[in-house]
Design a binder for this molecule. Structure first.
Ligand SMILES: Nc1ncnc2c1ncn2[C@@H]1O[C@H](COP(=O)(O)OP(=O)(O)OP(=O)(O)O)[C@@H](O)[C@H]1O
Ligand SMILES: [Mg+2]
Length: 335
């Protein structure tokens, strides 16, 4: 029997109404996350990764000028249709999110311990004493030293790295079924980053926690993710199992991203980015293929007609008119 997906996103669109008109920051995104799967989401700044993540969690609902379309099914229920009160019960319990900036989710007026315990008491029915004990355990797991004393600290009493770990402890305390991690370790030094990734991986293995892992760091993606979605201007342009994506990227954009990875055998002073130009504004979305304005292989068809996201192989999808020809030309496409 096939395993039921944990999260099933179908044709998600997130529109903002701005002074300059409507913009669509997430435009027709679909993917699924199964229990135990770690889905990587990559793409340049402004590609819609955070808006996508925050849409799933309904964290943008306070913005009046927002509209969603499509479905976000979490264990079968469409989160986009749930009343916010019900959504709050799910958030931080079955579904958690961690961000790059810990201060956006830490409450300055409560101790770290109380913030971790709150979820455990509210969602899991633990007594105050049990919750405190568990809070100390989870703080220890995130690599915080002397968790017995840190549990009584207020956020401002902790260093940036410790705040980040405290936020991760809050998110993971209730052992969520699904974790959305938006650049959770970018601000941390490499040793702590490795500890946090280990913690996420161990919960993923032990509890079969599903993870959506958003990052700029393709190195991290290659280490921890099962599949990768590459986003460009609000759309997924390539979607493949991680090894497949690194071995044979099909979209010129993905090829560019991978070529900009620093390699040990090249001169580190060389410019890293091989993709020229910048991501166009959402107010001026290019006609046809959205990447055509920057793509070295674009022709008239690319500039006129939008390619579909189609299956190149059974589990490798790509949104490009010419991927098959580019592939035949063989060896790493170098513009
Ligand atoms: N409240 C808003 N109103 C209008 N546009 C918005 C709003 N929030 C985000 N956007 C736009 O949505 C687009 C996607 O932004 P998003 O923050 O999701 O990018 P990202 O992929 O997470 O980038 P980064 O890698 O820098 O974090 C951007 O063009 C951004 O300007
Ligand atoms: Mg972001």
């Amino acid at each position: 029997m096939p395993i039921e997906p944990l999260l099933e996103i179908k044709d998600l669109r997130t529109h903002f109404y701005t002074d300059r008109g409507r913009v669509t920051a997430v435009d027709g995104v679909s993917f699924t996350v199964h229990p135990g799967e770690i889905v990587g989401v990559v793409g340049e700044s402004g590609s819609g990764k955070s808006v996508m993540a925050q849409s799933l969690m309904r964290l943008l609902d306070h913005t009046d000028a927002i509209e969603y379309e499509g479905e976000v099914r979490f264990q079968g229920r469409n989160l986009l249709e749930l009343p916010l009160s019900r959504m709050r019960e799910i958030r931080g319990n079955e579904l958690s999110m961690i961000f790059q900036d810990p201060l956006t989710s830490l409450n300055p007026v409560y101790t770290i311990g109380n913030q971790i315990a709150e979820g455990l008491i509210q969602h899991q029915g633990l007594s105050r004493k049990e919750a405190r004990k568990r809070s100390i355990e989870i703080l220890r797991l995130t690599g915080i030293s002397s968790p017995e004393t840190r549990v009584d600290s207020y956020p401002h009493e902790l260093s940036g790295g410790m705040q980040q770990r405290a936020m991760i402890a809050i998110a993971l305390a209730c052992q969520p079924k699904l974790l959305i991690a938006d650049e959770p370790t970018t601000a941390l030094d490499v040793t702590i980053q490795a500890q946090i990734l280990d913690l996420i991986l161990s919960l993923n293995e032990q509890l079969h926690m599903g993870v959506v892992f958003i990052t700029h760091d393709l190195g991290v993606v290659s280490e921890i993710c099962t599949t990768v979605k590459v986003m460009y201007l609000g759309q997924i342009i390539e979607d493949a199992p991680v090894r497949e994506l690194f071995r044979s990227p099909l979209h010129p954009y993905t090829q560019g991203l991978l070529q900009s990875l620093p390699r040990l055998d090249t001169n580190r002073d060389e410019p890293l980015s091989v993709i020229t130009g910048t991501v166009p504004s959402l107010h001026h979305i290019p006609k046809g293929c959205r990447f055509s304005t920057r793509c070295p292989f674009a022709d008239d068809k690319c500039r006129q007609e939008e390619p579909p996201l189609e299956n190149a192989t059974e589990n490798h999808k790509v949104k490009c008119w010419h991927y098959a020809n580019l592939q035949q030309e063989g060896e790493g496409v170098s513009p």
